[in-house]
Design a protein around this ligand. Structure first.
Ligand code: NAD
Length: 227
């Protein structure tokens, strides 16, 4: 019996919404190398090229809607069965599904900040390179790019994972560090992921099914209905 359950989600929870993950069967990795395309180096080397890729990704995010897995997690939070959602995702689909308690450990893709004065700017596809409305400085996305350090939300995620009796991992290959070590802080680990992860052997519950099928089944079992 877990009195404090947290969820850790990754790109796999959003594939049913039409957003490709990195390492899954239809992963983005097959088209580009995200280590390069979404890196600090790529941003400073050629902001125009960086934003071409970035805004294409943002367009896909804007078109997507939360799927049954996001909605089920939101329902479990509403009923108090989940205390915190820690997400590696930058697509804001958990919030759009109604989740309130969330740590975005890799930031969000819909906002940027000015490298000169720090002002926040909403990012919308269309501009070649976004510049600050206040001072004209170059704006960079508020996502954690490869090569960045982790944001404050990550410290909160570490605390939440350490408090947890159970951490439920959904749709993450658990290969991106340091996020992949969060489950080890919790007392017990449960995993729903299409493919095997390096932490499968330590899981008290393991499913290699689709999250958008498993999580609604869990709701049904608990006699709950998602919005
Ligand atoms: P990953 O791509 O490394 O792993 C995704 C995992 O999800 C894979 O192992 C795959 O088998 C599994 N999966 C795919 N579809 C699934 C489904 N329907 N149900 C259950 N599992 C499914 O993703 P990651 O572990 O999150 O790490 C990649 C990094 O990429 C993260 O840092 C994340 O920020 C970023 N990313 C985010 C998005 C997004 O915001 N939607 C999309 C791509 C990448």
């Amino acid at each position: 019996m877990s009195n404090y359950t947290v969820v850790l989600t990754g790109a796999g929870i959003s594939t049913a919404s039409g957003i490709p993950d990195f390492r899954g069967p239809q992963g983005l990795w097959k088209q580009v190398d995200p280590f390069d395309a979404l890196s600090v180096n790529a941003f400073y080397r050629d902001p125009k090229k960086f934003y071409q890729f970035y805004f294409q990704m943002l367009k896909d995010f804007s078109k997507a809607s939360p799927n049954k897995a996001h909605l089920a997690i939101s329902k479990l939070e509403e009923t108090g069965l989940i205390k915190m959602v820690i997400t590696q995702n930058i697509d804001e689909l958990h919030q759009r599904a109604g989740t309130k308690n969330i740590c975005e450990i890799h930031g969000t893709s819909f906002k940027g900040f000015c490298l000169n004065c720090g002002r926040i700017k909403p990012l919308t596809p269309g501009e070649l390179i976004p510049y600050c409305d206040n001072c004209g400085g170059l704006v960079r996305p508020q996502v954690v790019l490869f090569g960045d350090s982790m944001p404050d939300d990550y410290l909160l995620a570490e605390k939440e994972a350490a408090k947890a009796d159970l951490i439920l991992v959904v749709g993450s290959s658990l290969q991106v560090s340091p996020a992949c070590y969060l489950p080890l802080r919790a007392k017990e680990i449960a995993i729903i992921n299409l493919e095997p992860t390096p932490f499968d052997a330590q899981a008290v519950f393991l499913s290699h099914n689709k999250a958008e099928l498993d999580l609604p089944q869990l709701l049904e079992f608990l006699n709950l209905e998602a919005k």
